[in-house]
Ligand binder design. Structure first.
Ligand SMILES: Cc1ncc(C[n+]2csc(CCOP(=O)(O)OP(=O)(O)O)c2C)c(N)n1
Ligand SMILES: [Mg+2]
Length: 319
């Protein structure tokens, strides 16, 4: 235990708090119908996203999944741009196209978008990994996805190629045991996804996704492997606290299952670890308060930007 350990964990906690505080704002925009699309809350899964992104370089590629927003802020994206997308303003990263499930992009920070059809990020990450290898960019391509998405055929097609060509790729499976209302064991006959990647030749790690420090340590090892040309895979066991989308009251799910997921909160676990490392309650709560204030200010700034005019829809088209 050292001051360094405490500072490292405080930095991780800060990223988890920022992601959650941003999500709280987006949930409010969704509930008030100001944002009229689907939002998929990532509450309970912030530790995976903050832990992995903490070891990535600014120019490493990120293909994120649909659940939560911590990947984006932890990778360096400005929350004003993210909220601009949810609010449909020209100041959003898509210049006012944000709607439905938003597709934020921030090329400067390596954020290449999300695979909107689940499983497309497998093949997209192969392409980004190949580009990095051919251009000798020393960038790794990361793709986050859920247990459900890992049943797509593209997992096999892209995974075989990534392994054969030794592409600098890191896949992160956030295994929360659910795909909408389908239980993983019922639809895939197993609880475990990592053996599937190991069989293709990936280096694999299985980690407790609620423990941000454990995720960071696994991500450090796995990203080094990937950068050296050994494709890597992390399966993070986690729990989805909220419904599939904001407003889903989860009639298909046991109350006990939801209660257990709430108890396994990665922010609460990190708070306990921080106190053990000598941080004070005030240190911890001030980080949360700062995150809430940052995201409130970000929303105010996002609102200053106008909505696009109709012409926006014709920009960026090839004909
Ligand atoms: C190819 C494809 N099929 C179905 C959907 C609709 N869909 C969106 S999220 C989701 C569940 C995904 O489950 P999982 O991959 O485990 O991620 P989680 O929602 O649990 O984070 C589905 C079926 C989609 N976006 N793309
Ligand atoms: Mg899932």
């Amino acid at each position: 235990m050292s001051d360094q350990d405490r500072a490292d964990l405080l930095a991780l906690y800060r990223q988890m708090a920022r992601g959650r505080a941003l999500e709280d704002r987006v949930n409010a925009l969704t509930n008030s119908r100001e944002f009229r699309g689907f939002f998929h809350p990532g509450r309970g899964q912030e530790g995976i996203q903050a832990g992995v992104c903490s070891v990535l370089r600014k120019d490493d590629y990120l293909l994120y999944a649909h659940r939560g927003l911590t990947y984006l802020t932890a990778k360096g994206m400005d929350p004003v741009r993210i909220l601009g997308d949810f609010l449909g303003r020209v100041g959003g990263s898509t210049g006012g196209l944000g709607a439905g499930t938003v597709h934020c992009v921030d090329v400067e920070n390596g954020i290449m978008g999300q695979g909107g059809t689940l499983g497309s990020s497998f093949t997209l990450s192969a392409g980004l990994g190949l580009a990095s290898q051919v251009l000798k960019q020393d960038r790794i391509a990361t793709a986050f996805f859920g247990d459900g998405a890992s049943a797509r055929g593209t997992f096999l097609e892209a995974g075989v190629t990534i392994a054969a060509w030794k592409l600098p790729v890191l896949w992160i499976c956030e295994n929360n045991g659910w795909a909408v209302s389908a239980r993983l064991t019922d639809v895939q006959g197993t609880d475990d996804i990592a053996p599937r990647a190991a069989a293709l030749g990936f280096y694999t790690e299985v980690v407790d996704g609620q423990d941000v420090r454990a995720v960071q340590a696994a991500a450090r090892r796995a990203s080094e492997k990937a950068r050296a040309g050994q494709p890597a895979f992390i399966e993070a066991k986690t729990s989805r606290v909220e419904g599939h989308y904001t407003g889903d009251v989860q009639p298909y799910r046991d109350k006990d299952d939801v209660a257990q997921a709430k108890e396994r909160d990665p922010l609460l676990l990190a708070q306990t670890q921080l106190i053990e490392l000598g941080a004070s309650d005030a240190d911890v709560s001030s980080i949360w308060d700062e995150a809430v204030a940052e995201m409130a200010a970000a929303e105010d700034r996002a609102r200053l930007s106008p909505e696009p005019t109709g012409d926006r829809i014709f920009e960026g088209l090839w004909a």
